[in-house]
Design a protein around this ligand. Structure first.
Ligand SMILES: C[S@@+](CC[C@H](N)C(=O)[O-])C[C@H]1O[C@@H](n2cnc3c(N)ncnc32)[C@H](O)[C@@H]1O
Length: 249
């Protein structure tokens, strides 16, 4: 990260929010080890033998490394107060290996994932973790498939479904603000309960800058999003200010 961006971050109002997030995790500690102890890690590590890497697949994510991913998703769950709220119905878009929903279940929530069936290992991990998922591909300006229910919380961590293909420059061609508007509207009107929330968490761009370009930031804010670092949080009603802390269902 460039020095100027680091200095900018140091003086941004987000630093206080960030501090609050860390303080909340610190004052309400969760033992990832207790969650890990419920997973058969020998079986998990052996899954690679049954589901080898696809040819040319990137190997950076090491989804069989449960200790790493459980830690990551415990922090995500804590930031949404899921370790301290009554049971919720959760939909996780691009659920991947299923670790986030597994952590949620440990805190008493039930949920379902949506993902493509492209990564063979995820077939094994979701089965081992007993995480239910619907196989579907999310396309721009196409409604999500009907799941027969509405949710208290819809999440997508390290969102990828907006990436269409790589340009020769190596950059992704991705959804336009109008595509996002369609998607958010579909989620708000058809998939969220009245007090429901949608949380989207994005990887930074290749140059380390935020996913939220000025045009995307404006688009998300117009839909009522609260943007905090890499995340956008939206309420079911565009006019309502969403809260990271879940108060009522
Ligand atoms: C970077 S992984 C993140 C997995 C998980 N959310 C996590 O944080 O561990 C992105 C996930 O999105 C899924 N995905 C990518 N494009 C998708 C699409 N168009 N529709 C549904 N899922 C998609 C991938 O299969 C993958 O599981």
């Amino acid at each position: 990260m460039r020095l100027s961006r680091k200095i900018q971050k140091l003086f941004s109002p987000e630093i206080f929010e960030s501090f609050r997030e860390h303080a909340a995790r610190w004052t309400h500690p969760v033992s990832s080890r207790r969650i890990l102890a419920t997973i058969d890690r020998v079986k998990l590590e052996r899954l690679r033998e049954d589901y080898p890497y696809r040819p040319n697949a990137r190997r950076i994510n090491m989804y069989e490394d449960a200790a790493h991913w459980i830690g990551v998703h415990v922090a995500h769950a804590q930031d949404l107060w899921l370790d301290r709220t009554p049971p919720l119905r959760i939909l996780d878009l691009g659920c991947g290996a299923g670790y986030f929903l597994y952590v949620c279940r440990f805190f008493g929530h039930e949920g379902i994932g949506v993902d493509t069936d492209e990564e063979p290992l995820f077939r094994g991990t979701t089965a081992l973790l007993n995480v239910r998922r619907t196989i579907a591909r999310i396309h721009p300006r196409v409604p999500l498939p009907d799941l027969g229910e509405k949710f208290d919380l819809i999440t997508a961590h390290r969102v990828c479904f907006h990436r269409l293909n790589r340009a020769p420059s190596g950059e992704w061609n991705e959804w336009t603000p109008a595509d996002w508007e369609f998607f958010i509207n579909d989620i708000q009107t058809k998939f969220l309960k009245p007090n429901g929330r949608l949380l989207l968490d994005f990887n930074p761009r290749r140059d380390g800058s935020s996913f939220f370009t000025p045009a995307l930031r404006a688009c998300f804010l117009a839909k009522g999003a609260r943007i905090f670092r890499s995340k956008a949080l939206l309420a079911a009603e565009p006019g309502k200010r969403p809260r990271f802390k879940q108060t009522k269902r």
